[in-house]
Ligand binder design. Sequence first.
Ligand code: ARG
Length: 461
Amino acid sequence: SESKLWGGRFTGGLDPLMQAFNDSLSFDKRMWRQDLRGSRAYATALVGAGLLTEAEASELHRGLDLVAAEWQSGSFVPAPSDEDIHTANERRLKELVGAPAAKLHTGRSRNDQVATDIRLWLMDYLSDELLPQLRRLINTLVSRAESETGVLMPGYTHLQRAQPVRWSHWLLSYASMLRRDCQRLADCRARTAVCPLGSGALAGNPFGVDRQALADALGFTSGVTWNSLDAVADRDFASEFQFAAAMIGNHLSRLAEDLILFCSKEFGFVTLSDAYSTGSSLMPQKKNADSLELIRGKTGRLCGHLVSLLMVQKSLPSAFNKDLQEDKEGLFDSADTVSAVVRIADGVVATLTVHPEACAGALSCDMLATDLAYYLVRRGVPFREAHAASGRCVALAEAKACQLHQLTFEDFRTVSEKFGEDVTQLWDFETSVEQYGAFGGTALESVRQQVAAFRRWLGDE
Ligand code: ARG
C-alpha cells in the first residue's frame, strides 16, 4: 500500500479480489482527456491561490501534456496501484515531472475531481456526438418528408386503419419526437455545465481558489455549484441524460416497430435496403429487419441503465459514497448504445424504399366514414347526429355486403335527407387528407409548413 496515493495510514495490502472490485480504471480511463484538462486548470488555479509558482505550474502543464500524449498514442502503462483515472494520471505525472506533481492535489479530492470529469465528459459527448447525430437523423426524416409528400397511407390507431394520412406526416411525427429529445439534451447539457471543482472532498476549498476562473477555463458555461456537500454527490445531470437516452430509445423503438410492420409482406409499404437487413441461415427467402429489431431491443438496455442509476442514488447518505462509482459504466454504455441506435435509424430511414402504390392500396373507403360525418356537419347537422348517421351508413353497407362508396344516393337518403347527390363524390383520399389544413395536420400545405418549421429550427441552432 506504500505505492497507493492514500497509503499513509495503511500497513496491510488489499485482498486481490477487493483490488479488482475497487478498480474503476478499466472503464473510467475513458475520461483521461477530461481528467487531464481538469488538472491543468487546477494547477493554474493553485498559482492564483499562491500555492504554486508559475514555474511549477508550467512544469505540471508540460507533464500533463506528456501524459495526454501517452494516452493518445496508446502507450500509457497502468501500474498495479492505479485504482482509477485520477490516481493513474497523478502517479504518471509524478514519474514524469517529479516534485511539483506532489502539490497538484492541494485542496482537491477525487470526489470533486470525478464529478468534474464526468460532467466534462458528458458535455463533450453531447456537443460533439449525440446532438449532431440526432440532428442528422431529424434532417433525414425532414428531407424525405419534403420530397415524398405525394404518398398517402393509412394512419392507424390501435393498429386499426383509422384515417388516411401522408407518409410525410408519419415521418415528421418522429422528427417531432426527436426534436423534443434534442431540447431535453440541450437542457440537460446546460445543467451539466456547472463546475463542482473546488468542492474538495465535501467541505469546500480552504485555499481560496477562484472557482469561477476554473469554471471559465474548463468551459462550464452555467457557472459553479452552490454547495460542496451537494456538488460531490450530485449525479442529477447523469440521471437526466439517462432519461433522455431512454426516451430517445423509446421513440426510435416505436419508429422501428412501425417499420418492421411496414416492411412485412402483409403491409409491403417499404423495403429496407440490404445494408440494414440480414438473411436467414435456413430460409433462403428471408430478409429480416435486424437493424430495427436491434433498435427496439437495445431500448431495454437504455431503460435499464436509467433505473440502475436511480437505484444507486436512492437513500445514499450525504456527500460522496463509493456507490457512486457505479454511475459510469451505465453512462458510457447508454452513450454508446443511444449513439448507435440514432445512427442506424438514420441509415435505415435514409436508404429505405417506399412503395406509394402499396401504401395507397391499403386505403379503404371505410376510412372515410369520418368524412361522411363531416359532410353532414358542413350541411348543418350537429356532429353527434352526423356521427350516428355515418355509422348507420356503415351498417347499411355491411348489410348489403358492399363497400361504403358502393352505396347509392338513394341508400344514403334512407339514412338522412341531408345527403345531397354530391355525397357519391366523397370517396377521394386526396380530398380527404386535404381537409386537415390547420397547422400540424396532414394536408399538403400543413405538411409543407411543418417542413419549413423544422428547416428553420435545424438552421438556427
Ligand atoms: N473512482 C472513483 C469514482 O469513480 C473516484 C472517486 C473516489 N473517491 C474516493 N474517495 N474513494 O467515483
